[in-house]
Design a protein around this ligand. Structure first.
Ligand code: ADP
Ligand code: FRU
Length: 285
């Protein structure tokens, strides 16, 4: 069944350099390939969800600059609605990404303002089946999530926790699902990831908590139950950029189709693993 999914977060311009080894300090080297593509966590997840048959509505700031065409043309290609994304003066947030077999380094720069709290005012909230937020600009997100809770109390909400941000803990009790990166978990607590999940359960008793853990697969906790799914390695790992965003998209799609949590984790690891075996986000589904 096709669902209407709101994704609030970033769209970036990614300069992806493919290298035969990770660059050392002061090294001068030639890349094997350079791709200039659309990126950004929420935008990447939207592109995956649209390939899974859903209608995605992306809301995030877009630069009023010619370079944004890479982003908007990709949205159009995948049928993603971005009509309520404000256009602001400036340049798109940009990442230089160095991909080699040994490492994946991302150098990111942005001076474009983050999304303001009134960004959802014109979005047709009544038509949504799911809302997903990138955990970034805490105050604005808090207002948006409270508005959604008031207007659509039963709408499922997920929040991505990728990097620690000042005050982000005030958002924990608002969503139904917390989608955490391993880096976020490790900043939060030491020891096995199960410790982090137990801590988050105390801080957000209403939410299911999921942690993507790279080649270790993924962990989840809902109520007292801890779940783990193994990663599903592709024949050859080619491009892990956006594996976590693909994983999040697959989690949302599986939960929308009312799959149980173990099956949800398993299908998210399968799709994220498949993505790692190919360049970019055209998953040929
Ligand atoms: P990111 O670094 O993009 O935030 P992660 O490294 O946490 O994402 O990976 C997200 C998911 O992608 C993992 O839970 C796993 O299922 C899958 N994944 C990542 N790396 C690999 C890999 N090398 N082989 C197979 N699956 C992987
Ligand atoms: C991958 C990604 C890139 C982007 C960077 C922003 O998850 O969204 O596409 O440049 O992260 O932090």
């Amino acid at each position: 069944m096709m669902a209407n999914i709101l994704l609030v977060g970033t769209a970036t311009l990614d300069l992806v350099f493919t290298l035969d080894h990770a660059p050392g300090a002061d090294e001068e080297m030639r890349a094997q390939q350079l791709r200039t593509v659309r990126g950004g966590n929420a935008a990447n997840s939207a592109v995956v969800l649209s390939q899974l048959g859903h209608q995605c509505h992306f809301v995030g700031t877009l630069a009023d600059a010619p370079e944004s065409a890479v982003i908007t043309e990709d949205f159009i290609r995948y049928g993603i609605d971005f009509q309520h994304s404000p256009r602001l003066p400036g340049k798109p947030p940009t990442s230089s990404i160095y991909l080699s077999h040994q490492a994946r380094s991302i150098v990111h720069y942005r001076d474009l303002p983050e999304l303001a709290a009134d960004a959802l005012d014109r979005v047709a909230l009544d038509e949504l089946d799911w809302a997903h937020f990138e955990g970034r600009n805490v105050q604005a997100l808090s207002t948006m999530m409270h508005t959604l809770r008031r207007r659509r109390p039963a709408l499922p909400i997920s929040l991505e926790l990728e990097k620690p941000r000042p005050g982000i803990e005030q958002l924990y009790t608002l969503p139904d699902w917390l989608l955490c990166s391993r880096g976020f978990a490790e900043q939060h607590s030491t020891g096995p990831l199960a410790n982090f999940l137990c801590q988050m359960r105390k801080l957000a008793p209403q939410a299911g908590v999921i942690v993507a853990a790279g080649s270790e697969g993924a962990y989840a906790m809902q109520g007292e139950q801890l779940h783990h799914a193994s990663a599903q390695a592709p024949g050859q790992v080619i491009d892990t950029l956006g594996a976590g965003d693909t994983f999040n998209a697959a989690i949302i799609a599986a939960l929308l189709s009312e799959q149980a949590l173990p099956a949800t984790l398993h299908s998210a690891c399968a799709l994220a693993g498949r993505k790692c075996g190919m360049r970019g986000f055209n998953l040929h589904l």
